[in-house]
Design a protein around this ligand. Sequence first.
Ligand code: NZQ
Ligand code: ZN
Length: 389
Amino acid sequence: MLGNFTYCNPTKLYFGKDALNGLNAELPKYGKNVLLVYGGGSIKKNGIYDKVVALLKANGKEIYEDAGVMPNPTVEKLYEGVERARKANADLILAVGGGSVCDYAKAVSVSVHCDEDPWEKYFIRFEEPSCETLPVGCVLTMVGTGSEMNGGSVITNHKAKLKIGHVFAYEKIFPRFSILNPEFTYTLPRYQMIAGFYDIMSHILEQYFSGTDDNTSDYIMEGLLRSLIHSALVASENPTDYEARSNIMWTATWALNTLIAKGKDTDWEVHMLGQAVGAITDATHGMTLAAVSMPYYRMIMPYGLPKFKRYAINVWGIDPAGKTDEKIAEEGLAAMEDWMKKLGLVMNISDLGANEGMLDDLTEATLIMQGGYKVLTKEDVRAIFKASL
Ligand code: NZQ
Ligand code: ZN
């Protein structure tokens, strides 16, 4: 392991069927005014809203609501949320939902006491907050992003055709606590559920396919991947299999809570390609990643052959006997592609609303990262989108 680092993850987790009771331990730590942030209403249909409100009331809280956070939260919604948080004089932001709601809560947190335009400050200039921030707690209802235990916040600006994630380093932006009850995710539509599974896969691979040093994190990632691959197939057949859903929820958190990135290089190019698709089509995050992954990995495989060979053998169980390294690596990617198709993931950006006429905008919107096995050219980026049409 070659890198130097400092490690601290300040988020306290409550996990399991009784996890929501953790609110009784956490809520007394904060002032009276709670901004309850949620999405388009799934939590009202599945009863999570009623349970959360009952606990807030039992703990003597004044509840101010900020509903309607959309998937891929927009900058316009962020401005609205900041006003709501100011009017409520909020002491705590309680985010009840998926990654979009958690990300949005963090963006509001850093913007409430900020005099500057938050889009410019945090998502264009990537500055850290220079003002007071509000504490955020999460009740997670959709698994995939890892937002429940990291400092990431992704905001979409449709006018600028940009979807940008800021991973805040400042520890106070991490949720102070997160409630993880796997049963809260049972009501997810199948499309969202499997999109989340692939988001987890992609988070791990973005950190795995980078660097050449012998690194403990790579061994941890191989274990996480094997658990995910197995549990996703079980959950795909039986979405209420608690064992599979709980394993997946826990894997998602570890896939992106900063641990496995420590001491190593990381890539994140698949997310840059996927975010470009998201900025232009507003498609579901995990599906945008699935649609660009195979052309990307097939393009970079020759440049990182030893790692792709290791991936094939250690993660997919490919038998290396009598095969060239290329053949082993290709079989690993083919096994991954089969798994993706078995789950029913979207494999083409045209199925997400993209078309040939969007290739220039997609290419323009894609940031090029430096940490992968091949630094892409703009022609490479275009070729990947074209192959994914
Ligand atoms: O809005 P509601 O009605 O709640 O419906 C949501 C939404 O339509 C629904 N849903 C969530 N929980 C449900 C449920 N429906 C039924 N039952 C439940 N229990 O699912 C839909 C998608 O929710 P969303 O929060 O958008 O999904 P996800 O968790 O995938 O979050 C996506 C956002 O996170 C960002 C993405 O870019 C995207 O904007 N990311 C954040 C990251 C981070 N913070 O580190 C990293 C990721 O790579 C990602 O970029
Ligand atoms: Zn992701």
